[in-house]
Write a protein that binds this ligand. Structure first.
Ligand code: EPZ
Length: 430
């Protein structure tokens, strides 16, 4: 099993290029099969979850031409099969987007119940409620969600909770339904807007994405398009926090600074400096870090996907900080691992109380999920001595070349597969 090995203590300097947004790209790839014409998608991140979804749409008959690592052409006209199930798709959350896409286009879909990172109970009741409101019959049997409709009719849907997945899924199905659908209390995340823009570029009629109310007038068919995915705000935020924690001065290229506002605000609060440019941000840090409070909230609030990285930063800040997780109930599974590196964190219900320590010390830790894994890598970059991170499979689901990009800005990190590699790394850094 591959691992990351990290020698901490180096500040980070230089430039790093941020990849396309994984969570936008997953939904866009699913939506790409809704037309029978060829769709070209650029700025795709080359990460495991994307590759699983590409393989899956190929398995149901779509033609997928990988032009290069970041560009793909998809043609959905050859799809024979609306039943999606394989051992890989069961592990990714975004499989649910194939429900909305297939139901919208073929009025029938059978998709394995989604898996994904173990960050708490992850129901899909709101997705199902939306499909049913449009007239679909939805059942769960043999591990599959089975949805079918004679025809889908536009309707009014109020989401009890702001859900990214449900908003996008309902938007996809409604794009090819009869008449007008209104989604109230819709999620406003940048990837919701990106998927709406993508669908509109295929001829859909979606207005209001990025606000609480999205209005969709269904169209009979969608057509070809060429589209570039937005930059990944969470990958960018993770690098920003890495610089905040390790110190240094790094320019992040290919970002949309507006999408990073909550992350930037917290970095400024703890004493780092952030300069914004048109499509880049520069983070510099070096002095001591101050304690603060943070609560995760739907966009434009502080993202739950940045919560573990924030906690790592606060773990070495002066004084006592609190981190409140309000989106997922089980997103503190990294705390025990970070404690092994010397952190002083107590979790009470959905609040982590963090007493800043002077330093982390290297240890062997294991990534409990994607973002927590990235956070442990950041802790390793700051820690005294050597850190080994196991289960990097999770990190590779969503970060493209994380180790390589960190090395590019001076991080001492390698991907290793055995003890020989570890000894080589230790020799190199000592
Ligand atoms: C998306 O998950 C992302 N995943 C997550 O990213 C991200 O953490 C999350 O949005 C919040 O931003 C993908 O895009 C593939 P939600 P999703 O529906 O769609 C509740 C990462 O690390 N809810 O916005 O599953 C739910 O339990 C991953 O990249 C219902 O109750 O999140 C949660 O409390 C992890 N019923 C809240 O809504 C439903 O039917 C928000 O979840 C759906 C959701």
């Amino acid at each position: 099993m591959e691992q990351y090995v990290i020698k901490g203590g180096n500040p980070l300097y230089g430039e790093v290029e941020i990849s396309g947004a994984k969570n936008a790209a997953l939904a866009i790839l699913a939506a790409a099969i809704m037309t029978d014409e060829t769709v070209t998608i650029e700025n795709l991140p080359n990460v495991r979850d994307i590759n699983v979804l590409l393989r899956t749409i190929e398995e149901i008959g779509a033609r997928v031409e990988r032009v290069n690592a970041h560009k793909v052409r998809v043609n959905g006209s050859f799809i024979q099969n609306v039943s999606v199930d394989n051992e890989f798709i069961r592990k990714i959350r975004a499989s649910y987007y194939l429900l909305g896409a297939l139901l919208g286009k073929y009025k029938r879909a059978e998709v394995a119940l989604p898996g994904g990172c173990d960050i708490g109970s992850r129901p899909i009741d709101l997705h199902i409620k939306g499909f049913r409101a449009m007239g679909a019959q939805v059942d769960i049997a043999h591990g599959l969600v089975i949805a079918r409709a004679q025809h889908l009719a536009g309707t009014h849907i109020y989401l009890d909770k702001s859900s990214v997945g449900a908003t996008i899924n309902i938007m996809m199905a409604a794009a090819m339904a009869d008449g007008k659908t209104v989604i109230e209390n819709a999620a406003k995340e940048p990837h919701v807007v990106d998927v709406a823009n993508f669908l509109n570029s295929m001829g859909a009629n979606i207005r209001g994405a990025g606000t609480d109310v999205i209005r969709i007038v269904g169209v009979e068919r969608l057509h070809k398009t060429e589209y570039s995915v937005i930059p990944d705000q969470i990958e960018a935020g993770s690098f920003m926090f890495a610089v905040g924690a390790a110190g240094g001065d790094v320019l992040l290229k290919n970002v949309i600074p507006k999408h990073l506002e909550a992350t930037t605000a917290k970095l400024l609060e703890v004493g780092c400096m952030v300069d914004e440019f048109d499509d880049a941000v520069r983070v510099h840090s070096g002095g001591s870090l101050h304690h603060t409070q943070v609560t995760t909230l739907p966009y434009p609030g502080f993202p739950t996907d940045m919560q573990p990285q924030m906690a790592v930063l606060l773990g070495i800040a002066d004084g006592t900080s609190t981190v409140t997780e309000s989106i997922f109930e089980n997103r503190f599974r990294y705390v025990d691992e970070l404690t092994r590196m010397g952190a002083d964190i107590k979790v009470e219900s959905n609040i982590a109380i963090i007493r800043g320590v002077e330093k982390y010390t290297g240890a062997r830790v294991s990534a409990p999920d994607l973002r927590a894994g990235a956070a442990l890598v950041i802790a390793g970059l700051v820690a005294e001595g050597i850190t080994i991170v196991d289960d990097i499979y999770y990190i590779e689901r969503g970060y493209e070349d994380f180790d390589k990009k960190l090395r590019g800005i001076g991080g001492q990190i390698e991907k290793i597969s055995d003890d020989k590699d570890l000894q080589k790394f230790i020799l190199k850094v000592s």
